[in-house]
Design a protein. Structure first.
Length: 258
């Protein structure tokens, strides 16, 4: 076995939404496999905290942070400038940044559901497009989009969120086919309930938690590290023949039967 198939040494990974939750776990996981990191988020203090944590664990990694609201086009342009300043450009892009406003379909204001699409879909699509030439120059690069089971089946997240994640999954398939010849693999993961600050409010309701666990064959809530492991695998050379896939990290939720 060639151990290099399971390493990311010398590769730069851009991780959006990298300051907390799943993004933070993805950053640690990729660093553990040898990747250097550029972490993007809206909270400068939280980004610094993650950088310090990873620096303590992996002192030999190159670690960079960039503060940006990726729903803003100007901010995305500034991020591209920052990436170009780092040298040969990234080998890996993880589109993890996202947001939601769960409510009934008829209760959304137009700017609210458009805002969900701007961050969850359009920002990711623009980053993919803007970074395409930098990723392609390596001849072997990877994009992983963090989608959701709500993009595959109905869950109680609100229609715009599910719609946006379904669009992200389809973007994954389209770009995978279009960019395969450029040496860029494009995949996605689709988590179910993962134990993060964002989900803590809903899961604090014991009746709701019981409903969630009843629909989850493994009978527990997932951990951010379990999503991160799937993301990291898709980035590894060992996954070089996998593209256009959406891997559910859901404890069997999507396979639930009676």
């Amino acid at each position: 076995m060639d151990p290099r198939r399971w390493r990311l040494d010398g590769q730069l990974a851009v991780v959006t939404g990298g300051s907390a939750g799943i993004g933070r776990a993805i950053a640690r996981e990729l660093a553990g496999f040898g990747a250097d990191l550029l972490l993007v988020g809206r909270d400068a203090d939280a980004l610094d905290e993650v950088r310090e944590e990873i620096a303590d664990l992996f002192p030999d990694r190159g670690l960079h942070t960039h503060v940006a609201d990726l729903a803003d086009g100007t901010a995305r342009g500034a991020l591209l400038d920052r990436i170009e300043d780092l040298g040969e450009g990234p080998h890996i892009l993880v589109n993890n940044a996202g947001g939601n406003l769960p409510r009934a379909a008829t209760d959304y204001a137009e700017d609210e559901y458009r805002g969900i699409f701007e961050l969850n879909v359009f920002a990711a699509f623009e980053l993919c497009r803007q970074l395409h030439p930098l990723l392609a120059r390596h001849g072997a690069a990877s994009i992983v989009n963090v989608g959701s089971v709500s993009g595959i089946t109905h869950v109680r997240t609100g229609a715009p969120y599910g719609m946006s994640k379904a669009a992200m999954h389809q973007m994954t398939r389209n770009l995978a086919a279009e960019w395969a010849g450029d040496g860029i693999r494009v995949n996605a993961v689709a988590p179910w309930y993962i134990r993060t600050r964002r989900t803590s409010g809903a899961l604090a309701d014991p009746d709701y938690l019981d409903e969630v666990l009843d629909r989850t064959p493994l009978g527990r809530i997932g951990e951010p590290e379990e999503v991160a492991a799937a993301v990291a695998f898709l980035c590894l050379p060992a996954a070089a023949y996998i593209t256009g896939e959406c891997i559910a990290v859901d404890g069997g939720f999507l396979r639930y039967g009676f």
